[in-house]
Design a protein around this ligand. Structure first.
Ligand code: DQA
Length: 252
């Protein structure tokens, strides 16, 4: 197997890893400045971390900021993520609040891709994914653990659950407490990316995990998050360094 997903002009497939830069501004002004700075470094994807955005629930303000952002991005892929506090994010939202926010983004087509967290109920996830697909948006289903790294079997199980729930891309990020944890995530991804029909994003966070961000093409992770300015997670590397180092490990 080995899955492949194309969004705009960008194809996500094992062997070549695309670079995403998170935008973490709190105000519209900060978001626009960060986006301009990021685009100057030519990322493949801009991840708008809307859990940082103070007006995320204000429909009009959101639309205005989105319009400005879309203009700056041109054909660069926009991945929109509301990362809840339980998964390392900046803000909390109930399942009802999260799904109504996401439904609004989907129905108004305010993104190319959406990050949906796996811990929500199966019913909520399946409704969001089918709604997104009706509007031709792609869904990254994600699970994070900022304390520890699950076992290889558990990681495989999470990734398989994401595939079974009809995600377009499966994503797992975990914190290592020892170097073997980094290898665990790499091995699980290498094995599952050969079996699964959708691509995988896998990240081992923190300093120990930095190697997973650089060698992503080798073990089949299709997206690596880099910084231009502020980081959105521990262990992220500046985009220019990441691009240069990662090139060495491309297999396609
Ligand atoms: O899930 C991820 C991955 C990430 O946590 C990282 O470790 O690079 C960064 C987040 O912005 C993103 O949503």
């Amino acid at each position: 197997m080995t899955g492949k997903v194309t969004v705009r002009q960008t194809t996500f497939q094992p062997g070549t890893t695309k670079i995403a830069v998170p935008i973490t501004g709190r105000t519209s002004e900060e978001i626009i400045i960060q986006a301009k700075n990021a685009i100057a470094h030519h990322p493949d994807v801009i991840e708008w971390r809307i859990d940082y955005y103070q007006d995320v629930l204000n429909t009009d303000a959101y639309q205005t900021t989105y319009n400005q952002l879309r203009e700056i991005l041109a054909d660069t892929v926009l991945l929109t993520t509301f990362r809840t506090t339980g998964e390392g994010g900046e803000a909390a939202l109930s399942e009802a609040g999260y799904t109504s926010l996401y439904e609004r983004l989907i129905e108004n087509q305010l993104t190319d891709m959406l990050d949906v967290e796996l811990h929500f109920s199966d019913a909520a996830i399946s409704k969001l994914i089918s709604r997104a697909h009706q509007y031709d948006l792609k869904v990254v289903l994600s699970a994070h653990n900022f304390q520890a790294t699950p076992t290889e079997v558990e990681i495989a199980h999470l990734l398989n659950r994401m595939e079974n729930q009809n995600a377009d891309i499966a994503k797992v990020a975990a914190m290592p407490t020892k170097f073997k944890d980094v290898l665990t995530i790499m091995r699980a991804t290498a094995t599952e990316s050969e079996k699964m029909t959708i691509p995988i994003i896998a990240i081992s966070m923190g300093d120990l995990g930095k190697i997973s961000r650089i060698t992503a093409p080798l073990f089949g992770s299709v997206m690596s998050f880099a910084t231009v300015g502020g980081a959105s997670a521990p262990g992220q590397i500046g985009i220019d360094d990441l691009r240069k180092e990662m090139k060495t490990f491309e297999t396609k």
